[in-house]
Write a protein that binds this ligand. Structure first.
Ligand code: SF4
Length: 407
């Protein structure tokens, strides 16, 4: 087993710890936001931003989600809808969260305002409305056009109008006037951090890749919860320096890899280590994913703040048509020299599962890249059969050995 380790992980733990502890001080107004929601606009009003999805992932990774889901089911939420939603609501109702043990918080910080963007799914609107009702707090949202082949100026204009419509509620809740220069500053920081994150991911185009998909799900923490801050920019500057140095010196997480794999769909949070070990044991390096790439917003431009944010948040992979998704996947296959793709067909996230309408077959036919679909879930491990998944993955990887192109 390789003793490869990304040293910057220690800094990441510090950065995330400081972020969570900062939420509990009560010094700043708090806005809740979806993970690909309008965080830059919120930060420009001085809000500290909290992301319930990040909490959902924490419940999945700590394997506590299943304790909480039944509580949400009792309230009328189906056990078959987004397990971030049901685990998070259940955890709230039971007043039990890893935030207490790990960061000394009493629970999720009380929101002064809640904001969402349905660019990822409609579930977030239902989920966040539960809290808006509970806390009797203002809720604002963006509902962009979905599933487009191309995002044109018409869609961008519509989304810009929705962004701007939020301003009065944000002014009221923050007690601050909108300041275009502050908004531009936050976008600049967000752009710088997101481009660094993109470079971090691209270091794994190297044949001896320095960061796996599984590592990426951990190191993406700051780009999700701290984008628009200097802290996130500094963090990715340091991480990138380490990974580039590793590439230059031929250090990677799986030096003897014989296959390069793309992961499509949500992580199985409670099984990251098991999955990482399984692929490694079969000499398969999982070098890229749609999931980690979801926080690359390369359209951000502080000189065109409204149009560029509206476009960046509307053009994301999850919000696009199958045609657009296939085009993006093909480009990633080429860039990362992918030998096979594994689709995670997540039971409770229909929106981020692309294996239900024949895309794996169509894409494999067009590209020659073999595919495998495994069934599971982001948080609810009752939908994941470990034994069956191991057999399927091992068989798939063995078959890849035979068809692998030389690289
Ligand atoms: S995209 Fe999926 S996992 Fe994320 S909030 Fe929506 S339904 Fe839940």
């Amino acid at each position: 087993m390789s003793d490869y380790r990304i040293r910057t992980t220690d800094l990441m733990k510090e950065v995330m710890g400081d972020y969570f502890k900062g939420l509990g001080t009560g010094e700043k107004k708090i806005a809740w936001c979806t993970s690909v929601g309008p965080a830059e606009l919120l930060r420009s009003f001085g809000f500290e931003v909290y992301f319930p999805e990040n909490h959902g992932a924490l419940l999945g990774a700590t394997r506590t989600a299943m304790d909480h889901i039944p509580e949400a089911v009792k309230c009328g939420y189906s056990g078959h809808v987004c397990s971030y939603t049901t685990a998070d609501i259940g955890s709230f109702l039971r007043n039990e969260t890893p935030l207490q043990k790990h960061y000394g918080l009493k629970g999720a910080p009380r929101p002064d305002l809640i904001a969402y963007n349905t660019n990822q799914c409609r579930e977030v609107e239902d989920w966040f409305t539960f809290y808006a009702d509970h806390f009797n707090c203002p809720i604002v949202g963006i509902q962009p056009p979905r599933h487009l082949d191309e995002v044109t100026e018409d869609e961008v204009e519509l989304v810009v109008r929705q962004f701007k419509k939020m301003i009065p509620a944000l002014e009221l809740a923050s007690r601050q006037k909108f300041d275009i220069d502050r908004f531009k500053d936050v976008i600049r920081l967000s752009r710088e951090a997101t481009l660094l994150w993109q470079k971090v991911l691209k270091t794994s185009t190297a044949m001896n890749a320095p960061i796996s998909f599984f590592d990426g799900t951990i190191h993406m923490g700051p780009i999700v919860v701290l984008r628009g801050t200097q802290v996130a920019k500094d963090y990715y500057t340091e991480l990138l320096a380490e990974l580039e140095d590793n590439v230059a010196n031929g250090r990677g997480f799986l030096p003897n890899a014989t296959k390069r794999i793309f992961w499509e769909g949500m992580p199985i949070w409670g099984k990251l280590r098991m999955m990482s070990d399984l692929f490694a044991a079969n000499n398969a390096a999982v070098v890229a994913s749609t999931y980690c790439s979801s926080w690359v917003f390369d359209q951000f431009d502080e000189n065109d703040p409204w149009n560029s944010t509206a476009r960046a948040y509307t053009e994301i992979f999850i919000n696009r048509s199958e045609k657009a998704k296939m085009k993006m996947l093909k480009a990633w296959f080429d860039e990362y020299r992918i030998d096979g793709i594994v689709y995670h067909d997540s039971k409770t996230c229909f929106n981020n599962s692309n294996a239900k309408f024949g895309m794996p077959q169509r894409l494999s036919k067009e590209t020659g890249v073999p595919s495998l679909v495994i069934e599971g879930d982001l948080c609810d491990l009752r939908f994941f059969s470990e034994g069956q998944s191991i057999t399927k993955i091992e068989t798939f990887l063995e078959q890849l050995e035979d068809v692998r192109t030389t690289y």
